[in-house]
Design a protein around this ligand. Structure first.
Ligand code: CAO
Length: 387
């Protein structure tokens, strides 16, 4: 039981070996006396006893917590430094790969709490994002900094300042690449029928002011897929070891602009019709290209779609837009001869690639999610079946 106060133990209310209920007072601590002791000698605070604190774990817990807490053990064997932190905090730090001797304790006598460890990790992550060397101290992988030679030795050079968008993209991508273990799953959808549908209903969407594109259709399909597979819309809190589920469906769409990549977020995709989505997609892509997006227009996404098919390519491995855990890459449709049992038919095939955070999503789940999207594109009634 970590002590929450410093002081001198005045009374012990239980005997060694007693079983105590949660909330039972164990000891009484004179805090005023403790302050004097701590001021005189830092080590005294290390030896501070547990406050009249609840015993952890209930009847099955070890009797040890009922005794005044001993001075914390050294941080690591051979380290020698006496670091004031409860065993649970040490274990937490160890699990995160944090050297506890580097953490600044904000508790009495410099005692290190869970929050101190989390603050330390956050600080290191920010340092990592900024490419600062301090990131190494936390045992976190540092952004790979390739040393630059003097290029002018080999010919004329020119230096150009990065734009704000380029800088933000560079830091974000480096941080995500260094901290998120990625896997990319590939699949293909036969979108021959969808293409017929697009041609047939395109004019109706145009009348409403939008364009019935593959991206708009995918927004609709992905929103439904995220309902069936909610884990793909989560975020992971590694410090708390928790997954964060969101009861909303906001999807980001990567937009290629002359200023660089921007990812506006379309809100409540699950509540909008295909026509509404097509119109809104056109509007946000236009605003992105005109640099009219506010920062909040690019926040709060649960998942991202990146369609490079308008440009070309047979496949690519997108980088997850963390703190999201998955992203769908879309490449260019191709008309291909497909064997349909007794003959080859020309079919329109859409290549898809799904990158996901392997800490949260297993390979089988990734394959199932992408299969679901493929099947929904090939048999759109699936949207209604499971929706
Ligand atoms: N296969 C074949 N053709 C495709 C296609 C695909 N997957 N996706 C789009 N197209 C076609 C469209 O049908 C359209 O053709 P027409 O002009 O003949 O009608 C053309 O390509 C342009 O499409 P669009 O851009 O008007 O519309 P969209 O909804 O498909 O895409 C948007 C919108 C914003 C996603 C797109 O404009 C864009 O910016 N894409 C780039 C995204 C990007 O940079 N991703 C990389 C990010 S890093 O991971």
């Amino acid at each position: 039981v970590p002590a929450t106060v410093s002081g001198v133990v005045r009374e012990i209310h239980v005997r060694e070996g007693d079983e105590v209920r949660e909330g039972t007072p164990l000891i009484t601590v004179d805090e005023a006396a403790g302050q004097g002791a701590a001021a005189n000698d830092g080590a005294a605070a290390n030896a501070a006893a547990a406050a009249p604190a609840p015993a952890a774990g209930g009847p099955a817990s070890s009797p040890a917590p009922a005794a005044p807490a001993p001075a914390p053990a050294p941080a690591a064997p051979g380290n020698g430094a006496l670091v004031p932190a409860a065993p649970s905090v040490r274990r937490f730090a160890r699990e995160l790969g944090v050297d506890i001797t580097q953490v600044r304790g904000t508790g009495p006598g410099g005692r290190i709490s869970m929050d101190d460890v989390k603050a330390y990790v956050r600080e290191r992550q920010q340092a990592l994002a900024a490419g600062l060397p301090g990131a190494l101290a936390a045992g976190l992988p540092a952004a790979p900094a390739v040393p630059l030679p003097d290029f002018s030795k080999w010919g004329e050079i020119r230096r150009e300042k990065m734009s704000g968008v380029r800088r933000a993209t560079a830091h974000h991508m480096a941080r995500v690449w260094a901290t998120v273990p990625h896997v990319t799953q590939f699949d293909e959808a036969d979108v021959t029928e969808i293409e017929r549908f697009r041609k047939a209903y395109g004019p109706r969407v145009e009348a409403a002011g939008g364009k019935l594109t593959v991206t708009a259709i995918l927004l609709k399909v992905v929103a439904q897929a995220l309902k069936v597979f909610p884990k793909f819309a989560t975020s992971v809190d590694m410090a708390a070891e928790e997954l964060i589920y969101k009861n909303y469906c906001h999807i980001g769409v990567a937009v290629d602009t002359e200023h660089g990549l921007l990812v506006p977020v379309i809100r409540d995709v699950d509540k909008k019709s295909l026509i509404q989505l097509a119109v809104e997609l056109g509007e946000v892509a236009e605003r992105a290209r005109q640099r009219k997006l506010a920062p909040e227009d690019m926040q709060g996404g649960c998942f991202t779609i990146s369609n490079l098919g308008g440009i070309g390519g047979t496949g690519f491995t997108p980088i997850v837009n963390a703190p999201e855990v998955a992203i769908l890459g879309v490449s260019r449709t191709q008309v291909r001869p497909v064997y349909t049992g007794d003959r080859f038919e020309p079919r329109t095939i859409l290549p898809l690639s799904l990158s996901y955070d392997h800490r949260v999503i297993d390979g089988a789940d990734g394959a199932r999610f992408l299969r679901w999207i493929v099947e929904a594109l090939e048999h759109p009634l699936l949207l209604a079946l499971e929706g």
